[in-house]
Design a protein around this ligand. Structure first.
Ligand code: GAR
Length: 199
């Protein structure tokens, strides 16, 4: 299956999304891989990243999870929205970029093999939230970020790329998060480009 329509899901700042958009433009993913960033979708209306995406001429959508009675109902509506941007000839590659929602198994199954996530730890260490503080508390000397294929289990799945960041003596969760984030901005676009080049 040759994925062509990239849909990015965000919940907040969207700096990973912005890094992906900038790389796609700089390296002309359209000409090189026939791939296009088709839409950026957020579950939060105030997600800052929506503004940047709109300014780049990318379609933006908001689907507020609070408007749905169940996780299943939200995921079904999200799936329908996402799939509007794809077609049998140009299937969607779904990229989670700081999308802070747990996905139902049905949703994950629907995008099996074409669903990516970035997580701010060296998985399988520290799945879940507060990764940097947990790593500092555990006395880790190195932390990092992981790009992986998404499976039904939270923050698990085949690893596509990782970046390693040393923990400095005075690091706080915030300072560490900022340094890891700069690495995320490098490995996520690269991992997507690698995937597109193989399809
Ligand atoms: C990133 O650090 C990303 O790895 C993390 O949220 C941040 C989003 O930043 N994702 C997770 O924790 C997912 N489990 P961004 O909105 O600026 O890209």
């Amino acid at each position: 299956m040759s994925v062509k329509q990239i849909v990015i899901l965000i919940s907040g700042g969207g700096s990973n999304m912005a890094a992906i958009v900038k790389t796609a433009k700089r390296d002309d993913w359209q000409a090189r891989y026939g791939a296009k960033i088709a839409a950026v979708i957020s579950n939060k209306a105030d997600a800052k990243g929506l503004l940047f995406a709109g300014q780049q001429g990318i379609a933006t959508e908001v689907l507020d999870h609070k408007a749905f009675a169940s996780r299943e109902a939200f995921d079904a509506a999200l799936m329908a929205l996402i799939d509007r941007f794809g077609s049998p000839d140009a299937p969607v590659l779904l990229v989670l970029a700081g999308f802070m929602r747990i996905l139902t198994p049905g949703f994950v199954q629907h995008y099996a093999g074409r669903l990516l996530n970035i997580h701010p730890s060296l998985l399988p260490a520290f799945p879940g939230l507060h990764t940097h503080q947990r790593a500092i508390d555990a006395g880790c000397k190195f932390v990092g970020a992981t790009v992986h294929q998404v499976t039904a289990e939270l923050d698990h799945g085949p690893i596509l790329a990782q970046a390693v960041v040393p923990v400095l003596p005075d690091d706080t969760a915030e300072s560490l998060a900022a340094r890891v984030l700069t690495q995320e901005h490098l490995i996520y676009p690269q991992a997507i480009a690698d995937l597109l080049s193989k399809k």
